[in-house]
Design a protein around this ligand. Structure first.
Ligand code: N01
Length: 511
């Protein structure tokens, strides 16, 4: 979804109506599309701005891109893949996996690709959503936004960045036409993307400056290729793959205790990370620069075995002085040093709590999602519904994010909930469903009370997990099986509903 109209030639096309329209086809939107098909629904469409399914795994093609959740867990429960080549998959393999699942479940013909949704407006008279896109106009009884939290690259607001004359691009929009071989390159950022990019390009470039604002915590990456006997076992021994997935899930879930409930327990991880740092960074000055000053887990814990060694290379400098200005061919730091470069890579993350996609959605009272969030922060109910936005559901909405385990697990929980919501609407003959504001408020009070104790809120760091109101509106503060339990069935009592009786809006459930 974007704010800009990218295709002017849409005027003459007739408006298409679908019972359900899903926007976005990453892990979330695609998973829901498959479930809609399994429910026997045919009257749905998926509008995708890219030219293929895959979402973030289609877009993030930077060198070194790989998942930091083990492959057997980072996949759909209904489409396990015994053929993963290694314990932590690389981007290309995950993208191919998502593609193959889409093909196998025959949902690609429900997709409209290169369809950039520019506005989504609620029409109260017709109880429908009106959607404008680069591929024409649509209406839908229900819209599911599955655009994801990491879809809109955030560019740093640094003086002079637009005057840079060399090659420049964001990590999520890698320009493969540019050959970095022998060039002087700068990378801004030291988050999950940058720590994969730096070791991948360092051997190729003439010189690399890595601009660090905050040193991240790094843990070992237990990655290795699967042996042939293991792969045969995953394929042929009944239950072996499920068992291994369950073991990974259980091990990861234990982290919730330290992250969300008793942050002091994170000291154990800190000791491990410090030992790794001492072992891998021999130079005392560099070690000082890369030693974090906040409790581990406050920002996403990163895993890498080759980032510190890359920083130690003779052609790599870690710059921590802070950027004052970017000039036509150089970066100037606050201490006055000017470093010349040919190419600039910005690995500065995404608009998460302030996504521009929120501006495109206009709810019941005429306010956009962006305006609603601006006032109260990113609040919703079970990450799936937001008051003022009837007949609209969200996949990966507020407070369903995770740092420690597979988002696909959370997505599948939400798919259960939304699929059951659509079934309930049909069974009860409902015209509209909108989460009750009092229920949403109580839900968020409870979330914030839990998050107040978490390491994300108390660990002494600034992160994109927190919004401008200081609230953590991105992460789920409990075990993921607790979220699975909460989303097992659609709790219609939490919603204000109207019955589908012509245009007569009969309230059948209200606060
Ligand atoms: O982005 P980030 P990312 N001047 O926001 C720095 C997922 N992911 O693309 O820490 C200078 O984490 C910023 O500095 P600071 C994962 O969920 C997953 O790396 O804010 N620096 C930080 O170092 C992850 O959390 C995988 O002080 C500036 C960096 O840029 C999410 O994507 C792999 C700056 C941004 O880090 C985002 O990761 C990759 C400025 N003006 C990503 N602005 C997997 O393996 C920002 N920075 C699954």
């Amino acid at each position: 979804m974007s704010r800009k109209v990218t295709d002017k030639a849409v005027g003459d096309r007739p408006t298409r109506h679908a019972r359900t329209i899903v926007i976005g086809s990453g892990f979330a939107g695609l998973g829901l599309a498959i479930r809609l098909g399994q429910q026997g629904r045919t009257d749905y469409l998926v509008l995708e701005r890219g030219n293929d399914v895959g979402g973030t795994w289609r877009d993030n093609t930077y060198p070194g891109a790989a998942c930091d959740v083990p492959s057997h867990l980072y996949s759909y429960s209904f489409a396990l893949n015994p053929d993963w080549s290694r314990s932590f998959s690389k981007q290309g393999e995950i993208y191919q996996y998502i593609r193959s699942v889409a093909e196998r479940h025959r949902v690609l013909d429900k997709h409209i690709f290169d369809c950039d949704v520019t506005s989504v407006r609620w029409n109260a008279d017709d109880a429908r959503w009106e959607i404008s896109s680069s591929k024409g106009e649509f209406t839908a009884d229900t819209v599911v936004s599955a655009v994801g939290g990491l879809c809109e690259p955030a560019l740093p607001d640094i003086k002079g960045i637009n005057t840079f004359e060399g090659e420049t691009f964001h990590s999520a929009r890698w320009n493969h036409e540019i050959d970095l071989t022998g060039k002087r390159v700068a990378v801004i950022g030291t988050g999950a993307s940058a720590i994969q990019i730096v070791p991948a390009i360092a051997p190729q470039v003439a010189h690399l400056d890595v601009y660090q604002r905050t040193a991240p915590w790094l843990l070992p990456r237990m990655d290795r290729p699967y042996t042939l006997p293991e792969r045969l076992a995953f394929k042929h021994i009944p239950g072996f793959q499920r068992l291994s997935r369950a073991a990974i899930y259980a091990a990861r879930e234990t982290q919730v205790v330290g992250l969300a409930k008793v942050p002091a327990l994170m000291r154990g991880f800190e000791l491990l990370a410090k030992a790794k740092l001492r072992y891998e960074v021999r130079d005392a000055e560099l070690r000082k620069k890369v030693t974090p000053d906040f409790r581990i887990g406050c920002k996403r814990m990163l895993i890498s075995n080759n980032y510190y060694p890359a920083l130690s290379r003779p052609n790599v400098d870690l710059v921590t002085e802070g950027i004052a200005e970017i000039r036509a061919n150089s970066i100037v730091t606050k201490d006055g040093t000017e470093r010349e470069i040919d190419a600039l890579i910005v690995a500065t993350g995404f608009h998460v709590t302030d996504s521009p996609t929120y501006e495109a959605i206009t709810g019941k009272d005429g306010r956009t999602l962006s305006e609603v969030f601006d006032e109260i922060g990113q609040q919703g109910y079970k990450g799936a519904s937001i008051a003022n936005f009837p007949n609209m559901f969200f996949l990966v909405g507020p407070n369903v994010g995770l740092g420690h385990t597979s988002m696909v697990y959370m997505i599948e929980s939400q798919i259960n909930y939304i699929a059951d919501a659509l079934a309930t609407v049909d069974e009860m003959g409902l015209r509209t469903v909108e989460v009750r504001k009092d229920v949403q408020d109580a839900y968020n009070r409870d979330l914030q009370a839990k998050l107040g104790k978490s390491v994300w809120n108390t660990g002494g760091c600034a992160s994109w997990y927190l919004d401008k109101h200081g609230n953590n509106t991105t992460l789920w503060p409990d075990f993921t099986f607790e979220f699975r339990r909460l989303t097992k069935t659609f709790d219609v009592d939490a919603y204000q509903t109207t019955a589908a009786s012509h245009n007569d809006l009969k309230v059948v459930a209200a606060p």
